[in-house]
Design a protein. Structure first.
Ligand code: C2E
Ligand code: CA
Ligand code: CA
Length: 785
């Protein structure tokens, strides 16, 4: 036998001896037996009660947070069991001399039950958040600790009594104390292993199970059911024989990302928790309220009296969610788009997955709608999804077969009645379906990650086309092309590289390109896209806020963002001649734009009376079917066509376009952003055409001799050759050219030197109306005026 086997045998022998001694002691003193058995009973009861109690709390929590009937029933069963166990225990407690702590336990238990009942009542009345709060209140916690403390007191007392009983018994039998201690520990070990310990581990396992169950079925932030539990409940309802009307509501918060970005995640959490609370308060105890995504919620309503009740519920939800939410420093409003689907008692019951998907589809329809926030599911929505799948395939082919085209819609300058530029609008020439509008395919292009590719194509086409128009009509005011950019493309600088490339490749000046960014995307992601916009502006590209008025219009936002143009959404133009409110909005935007030096373009002008209203309100540009719908490049109206159309409309009156003489100007300044400001200022005035731009004096001399401009604007402080040194060279090569010296700080000395050098005048930089100021220099008023 090995040494370890010998050791095992020895242990067994000692055990046998110890148990034998114990048995002797046991029979020797019968009076010690009864209290010991009673102690065991009481100990056993204590652990059972504590287990029941833990279970009870968990079940109560589940019952009030889910409102589910089964948990409520379970709670009743367990609380009854606990009550009767506690009553039974009274005699045991008396026998073990622990009456005082035991009575404290009975009292505390009564108080705990009362709190739990109150919470259940709150939950049944629909106030689940209140119910949850009651069960997690300080008072409830305090009662729980008292309860635990008293139990611990009893158990400790029993343990001490056990030890004492053992020693007494062993002393009485006159056996060696060492053996008895050994036996005692073995007995304890045995008990721990087989009885108490097992029960304790069972208890722990049970509590873990409940915790896991709660975690597996509930969402931690709001405590609402999760998608798994929601599916379970739906399936359960589908299996019931006495089916009633059920409805599924799907919610998506509007602008939640904006709130999260603007105020931070803790505030986002407050909003989500509050939304959860409001949904719970609108739902009935038997409904399942779930959080199914970041800012997506769902309510499964099981058992409506009639299908007509669905709209009343939807209204209730809409009203509840539209109220402002206090996030501490301020209040925010997180409205929601709601989709719903109703299943009548006789209809085939869909799978949980289908029911959720249908309500989700309906929610999307609500999200896309301008006019309604709640949409009920309709099977035709399925078709759209199917079509999307087909679309994906077709779009891959479209890229390969070059089926995309760029069309253009003219933009008219209402101050002069001239064609000012055009907006590039993408089209898809589908081989079978014909012309497909961008609204039908852009989202699929984006989903397939090919937006950048499409934009590169549109940019390339648009820049080449605009440049060719400028060359074809050199006498016309400078033609600007506007390209739509989807918001996601403005995060990061890839788009800047693409634009530089398109400009370089086509030869178009950056000042002839405008990017249109929708208002919602612009103001929703300000921090993300502002650097890109700033970069684009610094190279001379203008930024237009598209669809202004449809999103979170805020004039203060306009002030902060690097934008040059505001495009008033078609919905305002529509009601312009009839709705007072629309006129007010357009007038306000036009006024604001003037103070911020922004240009205003009205979109969707279809009727003459709208044009009348616009020109009265001081809107500078207009675009719409009234002048021309979007057309393929070759069919876009020419400058002359637009003049004829405008004249025929006879709205703008005798626009003094014909006699206006435009000055050709070369601008030389080494600071790019200042050059941009100058050029934009001159062009906005309408009396100047910038024919060349340079970065230093050498550029200025070269451009003056080759272009023979009427005016050269010459910065004084430039590298290589400064303004005053370039001045005589310019006048020598282009004697008819008038030179105006620019400086950040015009002194008398500078004026004198410029005058001696042959400059017409000096102008200070940073002026507001560069065009007007230059005109005053070039066309001074007669002395007698
Ligand atoms: P948007 O930028 O607001 O473009 C104006 C839309 O209004 C165009 O629709 C145009 O055809 C239409 N429209 C113009 N005048 C009138 C009018 O008088 N009455 C009416 N009822 N409609 C008018 P379209 O071409 O279907 O484009 C729809 C949207 O697709 C555009 O809205 C724009 O957001 C987007 N889009 C178009 N091309 C591109 C593109 O190349 N890239 C990106 N990212 N988006 C594009
Ligand atoms: Ca646009
Ligand atoms: Ca627009």
């Amino acid at each position: 036998m090995s040494s370890s086997s010998w050791f095992s045998v020895a242990i067994v022998c000692v055990c046998v001896v110890a148990v034998a001694i114990h048995l002797v002691a046991f029979f020797a003193n019968n009076s010690a037996k009864t209290p010991s058995a009673e102690r065991d009973d009481l100990a056993e009861m204590a652990s059972a009660v504590r287990f029941h109690d833990f279970e009870l709390t968990s079940v109560a929590l589940l019952a009030v947070t889910t409102g589910e009937r089964t948990y409520v029933d379970q709670y009743r069963v367990v609380s009854a069991a606990l009550d009767s166990a506690l009553l039974d225990g009274r005699t045991l407690a008396a026998a073990n001399d622990v009456v005082a702590p035991y009575e404290a336990i009975v009292r505390t238990n009564g108080a705990l039950l009362a709190v739990e009942e109150r919470s259940l009542a709150q939950s049944a009345a629909g106030d689940r958040t209140g119910a949850y709060r009651t069960l997690t209140s300080e008072r409830y916690d305090a009662l729980k600790s008292t309860y635990e403390d008293r139990w611990r007191e009893i158990v400790e007392k029993l343990d001490r009594a056990d030890a004492k009983a053992l020693t007494q018994a062993n002393r009485r039998s006159g056996v060696l104390i060492v053996t008895s201690v050994l036996a005692g520990s073995l007995v304890v070990l045995f008990l721990v292993g087989s009885g108490i310990g097992l029960r304790r581990s069972l208890r722990r396992q049970a509590s873990l199970e409940l915790e896991l169950r709660a975690a597996a079925t509930h969402e931690p932030l709001t405590g609402l059911a999760n998608r798994a539990l929601l599916s379970d409940r739906i399936s359960l309802a589908g299996r019931r024989r006495d089916r009633r009307v059920v409805a599924m509501f799907y919610f998506d918060l509007d602008g939640f990302k904006i709130i999260n970005d603007a105020y931070g995640h803790p505030c986002g959490d407050i909003v989500l928790t509050e939304v959860a609370r409001r949904l719970l308060s609108c739902a009935r105890a038997s409904d399942t309220v779930a959080r199914v995504g970041g800012d997506e919620f769902a309510v499964f309503v099981d058992g409506l009296a009639a299908e007509s009740e669905v709209s009343a519920m939807a209204r209730r939800f809409l009203v509840a969610l539209s109220a402002p939410i206090d996030i501490g420093t301020t209040t925010v409003t997180a409205g929601a788009s709601i989709g719903s689907v109703t299943v009548g008692p006789l209809a085939a019951f869909p799978t949980a997955e289908d029911l959720i998907r249908h309500s989700d589809l309906a929610m999307y329809a609500a999200k896309e709608s301008d006019s309604v926030k709640w949409v009920e599911y309709d099977p035709s929505m399925e078709e759209r999804v199917l079509r999307n799948a087909e679309l994906t395939e077709a779009i891959v082919l479209a890229f390969a077969r070059r089926e995309f085209e760029v069309w253009y819609q003219p933009i008219v300058d209402l101050r002069t009645g001239e064609l000012a530029g055009a907006e590039a609008l993408v089209r898809w020439q589908h081989p079978e379906r014909g012309l497909v509008s961008p609204d039908a395919f852009l989202s699929v292009v984006a989903e397939n990650g090919r937006m950048r590719e499409l934009t590169q194509f549109v940019l390339g086409e648009a820049c080449r086309w605009a440049y060719s128009r400028q060359l074809a009509e050199p006498a016309a005011p400078r033609f600007v092309v506007a390209v739509n950019i989807s918001p996601r493309e403005l995060i990061g600088f890839e788009v800047v590289a693409d634009i530089r490339h398109a400009l370089e490749e086509s030869g178009l000046a950056a000042t002839s390109l405008t990017l249109e960014v929708t208002e919602t995307s612009l103001f929703g992601n300000t921090a993300d896209i502002a650097p890109t916009l700033a970069k684009l502006r610094s190279i001379g590209v203008s930024i237009a806020v598209d669809d202004f008025g449809t999103g979170f219009s805020s004039f203060s936002h306009l002030r902060q963002l690097p934008v040059d143009i505001v495009k008033i959404d078609r919905s305002f133009t529509d009601g312009l001649a009839t709705e007072l409110e629309d006129s007010t909005v357009v007038a306000a935007v036009a006024r604001l734009a003037q103070t911020l030096s922004l240009a205003v373009v009205a979109e969707g002008v279809e009727e003459r009376k709208q044009l009348v209203a616009l020109s009265e309100l001081g809107c500078e540009f207009a675009q719409g079917y009234l002048f021309s719908p979007p057309r393929p490049a070759v069919d876009v109206p020419s400058t002359e066509d637009i003049r004829l159309i405008v004249d025929a409309l006879d709205v703008l009156g005798p626009v003094d376009r014909a006699p206006v003489e435009q000055y050709s100007v070369v601008v030389a300044d080494d600071v790019e952003s200042e050059r941009r400001l100058l050029i934009r200022g001159l062009e906005r005035n309408g009396r100047f055409v910038v024919t060349g731009e340079g970065e230093d004096g050498l550029d200025a001399v070269r451009l003056a001799s080759s272009l023979n401009p009427q005016v050269v604007l010459l910065d004084i402080d430039m590298p290589e050759l400064d303004g005053l040194s370039a001045l005589p060279l310019i006048l020598a090569s282009a004697p008819a050219t008038k030179v105006v010296i620019l400086s950040g700080h015009v002194t008398d000395g500078l004026v004198e030197r410029a005058h001696i050098g042959g400059a017409l005048a000096c102008m200070e930089k940073g002026f507001a109306e560069v065009g007007a100021q230059l005109l005053r220099i070039l066309e001074p008023l007669p002395a007698n005026l």
